[in-house]
Design a protein around this ligand. Structure first.
Ligand code: NAG
Length: 388
C-alpha cells in the first residue's frame, strides 16, 4: 500500500517534471524563435529618401524585452509606415468606444516584459486632440497593467503645448497638466518632434526626447532650390517672429543662407503693433520657417509682406501642419508658392484641397529613434546624421 502511494507520488513528481521540462522546451523554442527573428532583423538598411542608415534588431537591445509597437486612432498611417520601415508588424490592439462614448482599449496580444512603443500624436484631425489624448492615456494604462517592461509614448505632435506658462491671470498651464497625466498613466519616456517650448521637458521627471525635423525639411528645400537652379546666395531664411529666430537660424545654417526676422513692436500703448523686417530680401527666394502652422495666418501674412518688399518667391517650411480650417484655402489664395510640412499629423484631404503642400515623412526618423531607444543607443547621433 505504502509502496503504491510512494510509487504514485513518484510518478506524480515525474509527471510534473516532465510537464515542467515540456514547458521549458516550449520556452526555449519561443526564445530561439525570438532570437531567429532578431537575427533576421539584424541588418542595416539605407533609406533611399533620406540617405541615412537604419540599424535593425540590434542584438544588444534585448535588455528591455522584445519590441512591440502599438497605435491609437490618431495617426494609424504613420504607425504603419514606421512599422513597415522597421520590418515588424504593428501590435494587435483595438482602440474603440463603449456605446456611451468612453474609450475602450483591448490589447489582443501579450505585452508582458516587452519594450512597448505607442505612436499617437495628440493632434486635431479625426476625433480631435482631446479624444487622442485620452486614448493615449488609457493605452498607457493598459500596457503598464499588462506588465510591460517599459512604455515609451511617441507623440509626434505634442499637443496642448502652447499653454506652457502663466501668461495672464487665471490662465491654465495645460502643458504641465498633460505631462502629469502621462506620468500617472505610466509613460517611462516620451519622444516628440519639434516640441513647441523646451521648458515642457522640465515639467516631467521622465525623459522627453525632442527630435528635430528641420534638417529633413532643409534637405527638401535644398532639393527644390537646386531644381530651380538657385544657389545659397539666392535664398533668405525668414523667421515670422522673434521667438522663432533660433529655429530659423538653424535652418539658415543648414542651407548656408542669410537670415531675416520679422519683429512686432507696439510703439505706443493701444496702437496696433508695427511689423519690421530685419534683413534684406529684395530679389531673393524666402523660406519662412515655423514649427506649427495652425490657421496659417502668420505664414500667409509673412508671405504678403515679403513680396511687398521685393522677394522673388516665398516658400513655407513648417514641421507640424495642423492647418485648421480654412488654412488650406488661405494658403491657396496667398503668395506662398509651396509649403513643406511633415506628416506628424494626418493631412487627410488637405493634400487635395491644397496642392501647394509638399509632405516630408518623419516615418524613418521615428523608426530610427525607436530602434535607437530599444537598443540603448544615443539619439543625438541621429540628429547629427540628419544635419549632415
Ligand atoms: C481584439 O479583440 C477584440 C475582442 O475580442 C476583437 O473585437 C478585435 O477585433 C480584436 N482586434 C484585433 C486587432 O485582433
Amino acid at each position: 500500500m505504502r509502496r503504491a502511494i510512494g510509487l504514485c507520488r513518484a510518478s506524480g513528481a515525474l509527471a510534473t517534471l516532465a510537464a515542467l521540462s515540456r514547458k521549458q522546451c516550449a520556452c526555449e523554442d519561443l526564445r530561439a524563435q525570438d532570437l531567429r527573428a532578431q537575427q533576421k532583423l539584424a541588418f542595416t538598411r539605407r533609406d533611399p529618401r533620406t540617405g541615412f542608415e537604419m540599424r535593425l534588431g540590434d542584438p544588444q537591445g534585448m535588455n528591455h524585452g522584445p519590441l512591440r509597437i502599438f497605435c491609437g486612432n490618431a495617426h494609424p498611417q504613420l504607425a504603419e509606415d514606421i512599422a513597415a520601415k522597421m520590418g515588424i508588424p504593428l501590435g494587435k490592439a483595438t482602440v474603440g468606444r463603449f456605446p456611451c462614448g468612453e474609450v475602450n482599449v483591448v490589447l489582443n496580444e501579450s505585452v508582458r516584459d516587452c519594450d512597448v512603443f505607442i505612436i499617437q500624436p495628440t493632434c486635431n484631425g479625426g476625433a480631435g486632440p482631446q479624444e487622442h489624448l485620452v486614448e493615449l492615456l488609457i493605452m498607457l494604462d493598459a500596457i503598464r497593467r499588462g506588465a510591460a517592461n517599459r512604455v515609451t509614448a511617441i507623440i509626434p505632435l505634442y499637443g496642448f503645448a502652447r499653454q506652457n506658462a502663466k501668461e495672464k491671470s487665471r490662465s491654465p498651464i495645460s502643458a504641465r497638466l498633460v505631462t502629469d497625466l502621462l506620468q500617472v498613466a505610466g509613460a517611462h519616456r516620451v519622444v516628440t518632434i519639434e516640441l513647441h517650448a523646451s521648458q515642457i521637458q522640465g515639467f516631467a521627471t521622465f525623459p522627453i526626447d525632442n527630435i528635430y525635423a528641420l534638417p529633413m525639411l532643409a534637405k527638401e528645400v535644398e532639393r527644390l532650390m537646386r531644381k530651380r537652379g538657385l544657389t545659397a546666395e539666392d535664398i533668405v531664411v525668414v523667421s515670422p517672429d522673434v521667438g522663432g529666430t533660433k529655429r530659423a537660424s538653424g535652418m539658415a545654417k543648414m542651407l548656408c543662407s542669410p537670415l531675416a526676422i520679422f519683429s512686432r513692436q507696439r510703439r505706443r500703448p493701444n496702437e496696433p503693433a508695427e511689423v519690421d523686417l530685419v534683413g534684406e530680401v529684395q530679389g531673393k527666394t524666402c523660406i519662412v520657417v515655423d514649427d506649427i502652422a495652425d490657421t496659417a495666418d502668420t505664414l500667409c501674412q509673412a508671405a504678403d509682406k515679403l513680396k511687398a518688399r521685393g522677394a522673388s518667391a516665398v516658400v513655407g517650411a513648417v514641421v507640424h501642419g495642423i492647418l485648421s480650417d480654412p488654412a488650406c484655402e488661405l494658403i491657396m489664395k496667398s503668395q506662398l508658392e509651396a509649403v513643406f510640412v511633415t506628416d506628424t499629423i494626418p493631412l487627410g484631404d488637405k493634400l487635395h484641397r491644397c496642392p501647394k503642400l509638399e509632405v516630408v515623412s518623419v516615418a524613418s526618423l521615428l523608426a530610427n529613434a525607436i530602434l535607437r531607444i530599444h537598443s540603448s543607443q544615443s539619439l543625438s547621433e541621429l540628429f547629427d546624421r540628419h544635419v549632415e
